[in-house]
Design a protein around this ligand. Structure first.
Ligand SMILES: Nc1nc2c(c(=O)[nH]1)N[C@H]1C(S)=C(S)[C@@H](COP(=O)(O)O)O[C@H]1N2
Ligand SMILES: [Mo]
Length: 394
């Protein structure tokens, strides 16, 4: 496409907010400070984590930009931005979380491979765009289709960017056709983030948003969509983002034994405190986020100020003034909840959070039991240290 490039170097990167902590420079991977992350229910674009596997594409000519639809369909077709904007526009509030969120903590148990992340490889945004189910209907695939008459069962998204892992080829991923054609799954081709045109870091001009699923499947800078018989064979579906048991190492790994990770498990983290905190004995505000995959709401958030022996329940909320109900009609099912609790900390201790989702899934206690060589899905209880300045005169 003219005016549309996936550069092979990093000379055309967009500007970024200076407060982000940079986990890798090229490709650019960065996350906000903990306190910035939970300052609002909707994460400002500047403070939304940026997770890239190559240089950011340059799209100068949005008029000529289009998404090609091909594969196991009647007639291939090109959709320009005007065609996509013509479809009904939906806004979906959805949390995106990288499967590598909290990887740094997992790597402290044993080395893992991958970019290190603290607790902020997650964000909640208002995504605006067309439903993928409507787009697929344009090419003759009805709503709620599991398999097309040509045997198509998956929808593959291919990007414009160039990644090392794909030997210079584009980033790609797929989701099942049944999810893609289900209007209630809210899968979007998004052109807006928080009411503004999507910016370059987050996929300008068009990206996929797959709510409730690890971020890796929400392909940015969409180039084409293919209807396929098999799940996508790309690196990030087959040789990455799979959850292995703790005994699997780089010598005995067989990637084909595991399926690509899709839904993310229940997660929470404290964001009002760092790993180690000097505090005055007394009341301490503990706040952070909790989220689960598959549209499962957060039933409970528990806080402990004695390392996990006893617990109190934190208050959960999404939008100000509206009571959060885990499966409530007025709650945003694909979005995180923020939580807060004021606790009494009379002496040095460990403060812990764990969340429970509507299916009753609970975060695991220790990181050791879920350790995996790629360092994904660290959903263990999040623990921070509070050191009271009890003996010093303050
Ligand atoms: N084309 C493309 N899409 C991509 C990626 C990428 O490197 N290239 N990274 C994926 C991963 S691993 C995550 S977690 C999310 C991050 O989206 P964000 O940078 O908008 O937060 O995008 C996904 N989509
Ligand atoms: Mo990711």
């Amino acid at each position: 496409m003219p005016g549309i490039r996936g550069p092979s170097d990093y000379s055309q990167e967009p500007p970024r907010h200076p407060s982000l902590s940079i986990n890798a420079k090229e490709p650019f991977n960065a996350e906000p400070r903990r306190k910035d992350l939970v300052a609002s229910y909707v994460t400002p674009v500047d403070f939304f984590y940026k997770r890239n596997h190559g240089p950011i594409p340059v799209v100068d000519d949005v008029e000529s930009y289009h998404v090609a639809l091909d594969g196991l369909i009647d007639s291939p077709r090109k959709l320009f931005m005007k065609d996509i904007r013509m479809l009904p526009k939906y806004t979906v509030i959805a949390t995106l979380q990288c499967a590598g969120n909290r990887r740094t903590a997992m790597s402290k148990v044993r080395t893992v491979k991958g970019v290190g992340w603290d607790v902020s490889a997650i964000g909640n945004a208002v995504w605006g765009g067309a439903k993928l189910a409507d787009v697929l209907e344009l090419i003759g695939i009805p709503k709620l289709t599991h398999v097309t008459r040509f045997g198509g069962k998956h929808v593959e998204f291919v990007s414009i960017d160039k990644c090392k892992e794909e030997n210079g080829g584009p980033y790609k991923a797929s989701i099942p056709l049944s999810q893609a054609t289900n209007p209630d799954a809210d899968v979007l081709l998004a052109y807006e983030m928080n009411g503004e045109v999507l910016n370059r870091d987050h996929g300008y001009p068009l990206r996929v948003i797959v709510p409730g699923v690890i971020g890796a499947r929400s392909v940015k800078w969409l180039d084409y969509i293919s209807i396929t018989a098999e799940v996508c064979q790309g690196f990030f579906m087959q040789k990455d983002y799979k959850m292995f048991p703790p005994n699997v190492n780089w010598d005995n790994i067989d990637w084909s034994t595991r399926r690509p990770q899709m839904d993310f498990p229940v997660q929470s983290a404290i964001c009002s405190l760092e790993d180690v905190n000097m505090i005055k004995p007394g009341k301490v505000m503990v706040s952070g986020y909790a989220a689960s995959g598959g549209g499962r709401g957060i039933e409970r958030v528990d806080i402990s100020v004695d390392g996990g022996k006893t617990w109190v329940e934190a208050k959960r909320y999404q939008k100000p003034g509206i009571e959060y109900i885990a499966d409530g009609f007025d709650s945003d099912k694909w979005a995180w909840v923020l939580f807060e609790a004021i606790v009494d900390v009379p002496r040095s201790t460990e403060i812990v959070v764990k969340a429970v989702d509507i299916a009753g899934n609970v975060q695991p206690e220790g990181v050791e039991t879920i350790w995996n060589l790629r360092g994904i899905l660290n959903t263990s209880w999040h623990r921070v240290q509070a050191r009271c300045m009890e003996h010093s005169k303050i």
